[in-house]
Design a protein around this ligand. Structure first.
Ligand code: ZN
Length: 376
C-alpha cells in the first residue's frame, strides 16, 4: 500500500500547531518541495508563518492550505490523544486529520508523483501555505496575497484543500462563499424602578417589535450557487448590574448576517438602520465586515476537477457555496478561478477528528489527475 501520504499526514498531525502557531510543519513541507526544485519564499509576519513556493513557468496552478488547527477542546471527549495520530481500522484520528493536514499531505505527494513522472511539465505549480486560517487571518493569506498582487503575480487555477465533501469524498466542491457581516447594536432606554415604569424607558420592551422584524428580514431568494442571505441574532444583553426591581438603561444586541453576492453590505446596513428608525429607537450601531462574498464561475479548473473526481471516486460533485468563510475570499482577486475541494467535513473542529485512509489516497489521486489534465 502507498503509505507516503499517510506518513506525511501523521507527521503533521503530531505537531500541535494550534492557530496561528506552525511549530515546524511548514519546514517539513518546504524541505520536500525544495528537493523537487521548488523555490520557497517565506513570508512570516509576527506569530504567523506563511510561504509561497513555485516551480516552472507560465499557466499557474496554486495549491492553498493551512498548517494551523483549532484547539482540541475538552480532551476528555477524545478517544485518542489529539496530537498523537492514531490509526484504528483504517481510520486516522487526530486534530487536523481533515482540516487540513490530510489534504496538504495529499497535495504534496500528488505533486511529487507528478513531477517524478513529468519533470519538464508545462506551466507552473505553486503552493500558498499559511498558519493563520483558523484565527483572525490578519497575518496569513490576506498579507501574502497583497504582496503577490503588488508584484503582479497571477494565478490561473487556485485549488484550496478545505474539507468540502459532505457524505462521500468528492460529492461537493465549492466555487464561492458567502460574506459575513456582524453588528454590535446598542438600544438606549432610561433606567428606573420597576414599580414606577412611567418614569423609565425599558429598552427590552421597546426593542421587541424591531427584533421580531429583524429576525424575519429577507434580502434575496438566493440562486443556483447561493442560499438566501440570512440573519441570526446571537446575543441580547441588558447588563449584569441589575436587580429584579430595576429597569435596565440599555440593551446590547449582537447579530450576524451571512450574505451572498446578490445583495451588498451597504444595502443590508441601510435596511437595518431604516428599521431602527422606523421603530423610533435611540441606538448606536457598529458594523464589522468579517468577509466579503465571492463567486468564481466554474471554468477549466472545476471541469478538470469534476472529471478527476469522476475518474477516481466514481461520483460527480455538486458545486456549492455554503459553509463558513474561507481564505478563498482573499485569493479571489488574484486568481482566474478559485475552487475548494478536500476531505469529508463531518468531523471538522470536533473531538475525534478523523479521516478514512483510503480517502487520503483517493484525494491524492484526484489532485494528481488534475495536474495531469492541466499541466501535462
Ligand atoms: Zn480549514
Amino acid at each position: 500500500m502507498h503509505t507516503k501520504v499517510l506518513n506525511l499526514a501523521q507527521k503533521l498531525i503530531n505537531i500541535p500547531s494550534i492557530s496561528p502557531k506552525d511549530f515546524g510543519c511548514q519546514d517539513i513541507l518546504a524541505k520536500i518541495l525544495q528537493s523537487y526544485g521548488f523555490t520557497i519564499e517565506r513570508m512570516n509576519f509576527k506569530d504567523t508563518k506563511n510561504f509561497w513556493a513555485w516551480r516552472g513557468f507560465g499557466k499557474t496552478i496554486t495549491f492553498v492550505g493551512h498548517t494551523d488547527v483549532v484547539p482540541p477542546g475538552d480532551i476528555k471527549n477524545w478517544y485518542t490523544p489529539p496530537f498523537t495520530s492514531t490509526i484504528k481500522k483504517n481510520i486516522l484520528f487526530g486534530r487536523g486529520a481533515v482540516d487540513m493536514k490530510g489534504s496538504i499531505a495529499a497535495m504534496l505527494i500528488a505533486v511529487e508523483s507528478f513531477i517524478k513522472k513529468k519533470p519538464t511539465h508545462n506551466g507552473r505549480i505553486s503552493f500558498l501555505i499559511t498558519s493563520d486560517e483558523e484565527s483572525d487571518g490578519t497575518n496569513g493569506t490576506r498579507k501574502v496575497v497583497s504582496i503577490l498582487k503588488n508584484r503582479n503575480e497571477r494565478i490561473n487555477y487556485c485549488l484550496i484543500g478545505e474539507p468540502t465533501s459532505e457524505n462521500v469524498l468528492g460529492d461537493c466542491i465549492k466555487n464561492g462563499r458567502r460574506g459575513s457581516l456582524s453588528a454590535n447594536l446598542k438600544i438606549y432606554g432610561k433606567q428606573g424602578h420597576i414599580a414606577y415604569p412611567k418614569g423609565a424607558i425599558n429598552p427590552i420592551h421597546s426593542s421587541l417589535p424591531f427584533l421580531l422584524e429583524l429576525s424575519l428580514l429577507s434580502f434575496d431568494n438566493g440562486n443556483i450557487f447561493f442560499e438566501p442571505s440570512s440573519i441570526q441574532v446571537v446575543k441580547i444583553d441588558s447588563g449584569k448590574n441589575y436587580t429584579v426591581n430595576m429597569i435596565p438603561g440599555e440593551l446590547k444586541i449582537f447579530f450576524n448576517i451571512r450574505f451572498n453576492s446578490l445583495v451588498s453590505k451597504a444595502t443590508i446596513m441601510n435596511v437595518i438602520e431604516n428599521l431602527l428608525i422606523k421603530h423610533a429607537l435611540k441606538y448606536s450601531i457598529s458594523w464589522i465586515v468579517c468577509a466579503e462574498p465571492f463567486i468564481s464561475s466554474p471554468k477549466v479548473l472545476s471541469q478538470a476537477l469534476s472529471e478527476s473526481i469522476g475518474a477516481c471516486a466514481n461520483i460527480i460533485p455538486v458545486i456549492k457555496t455554503n459553509g463558513g468563510t474561507s481564505d478563498g475570499r482573499f485569493l479571489f482577486s488574484l486568481a482566474d478561478e478559485v475552487i475548494e475541494f478536500g476531505l469529508l467535513n463531518s468531523t471538522i473542529h470536533q473531538a475525534n477528528e478523523c479521516v478514512n485512509i483510503f480517502d487520503l489516497l483517493k484525494l491524492q489521486n484526484i489532485y494528481y489527475h488534475v495536474l495531469n489534465k492541466l499541466l501535462l
